[in-house]
Design a protein around this ligand. Structure first.
Ligand SMILES: [Fe+2]
Length: 289
């Protein structure tokens, strides 16, 4: 199958057609999709009517092992019955929208901070795939930032300074900045992880800033100095020229490379409108042949 990639932003993001992802299992097409991810970092597929098991199966076929040590798994069982399938919804177990003070809602609000999925575990997240099931009539957009283009735009001296730095990533830290606290028992399951600040994409060779609201400090640096550097870099990387805004439709399936992008959900009236998406994230381990 030969796919068409239509670029949606000067730096990254392409809409892919024609394809029915649920039925894709041949090596050639899976390779074409991976090549597209190397080039565009975010791929948009329209009209993909996934069920939950189909979404899990596709993620495994494309990229192997799934991330299940999520932050939300630490605070309670998923209503979907599989911790690898993250419920990106404002719906409780009874099918109603969350009450404003619901703890899972408070936790979910953290998705409105710029972040990259599963940077707080090791191995971290590689691809995330978000399937839109219920979308209201008001905008419930997600923004993406191209961290390769942001890296490329840095001055040479800055690139040299950053090259060998490492950051500690913790979801307990990022949620704490919003006033959400995990219990001691929950924190035991979420100790965080250390990753390089600059990542080199194995196939394309491009470098990327690996940042997130989860990044709590730079190793071997005084904490305030490291946090200031992280803030400066987040500000740099999220300037409008590096950002694409996705306006969701039912049936959209958006896939992104967490090593090369950050993303955040934009606010909407979540006490009034239902929004249901499902996310699966793969782990950054050896890739399937
Ligand atoms: Fe996310």
């Amino acid at each position: 199958m030969t796919l068409k990639f239509q670029k949606l932003h000067p730096h990254f993001v392409a809409e892919v057609s024609p394809i029915e992802l649920r039925q894709v299992d041949d090596r050639g097409t899976l390779t074409e999709i991976r090549d597209g991810m190397d080039k565009y970092a975010v791929l948009v597929f329209r009209d993909q009517p996934f069920t939950d098991p189909e979404q899990l199966d596709f993620a495994r076929r494309l990229d192997g092992q799934l991330h299940s040590r999520t932050g939300v798994a630490a605070i309670g069982k998923s209503r979907l019955g599989d911790e690898a399938l993250t419920d990106i919804s404002n719906i409780d177990d009874t099918g109603e929208v969350f009450a404003p003070g619901d703890r899972r809602r408070m936790y979910g609000l953290g998705n409105r901070l710029w972040h990259t999925d599963a940077s707080f575990v090791d191995p971290p997240g590689r691809y995330s795939m978000l399937s839109a099931r219920v979308i209201p009539s008001v905008p419930v957009d997600t923004e993406f930032a191209d961290m390769r283009a942001a890296y490329d735009a840095l001055p040479l001296e800055m690139k040299a300074q950053l090259e060998h730095l490492r950051a500690h990533h913790s979801i307990a830290y990022s949620r704490h900045t919003l006033g959400f606290e995990f219990s001691e028992n929950e924190q035991e399951q979420l100790k965080g992880a250390v990753h390089p600040l600059i990542r080199r994409m194995p196939r394309s060779g491009r470098r990327s800033l690996y940042l997130a609201s989860h990044a709590s400090r730079i190793l071997d640096w005084p904490v305030p100095e490291g946090r200031l550097l992280l803030r400066d870099l987040m500000e740099h990387a999220t300037q409008p020229q590096f950002v694409y805004r996705h306006c969701w439709r039912v049936g959209d399936f958006v896939m992104w490379d967490n090593r090369a992008t950050m993303h955040r959900a934009r606010p909407f009236d979540d006490a009034k409108y239902r929004r249901e998406l499902r996310r699966v994230t793969t782990l950054d381990i050896a890739e399937p042949a």
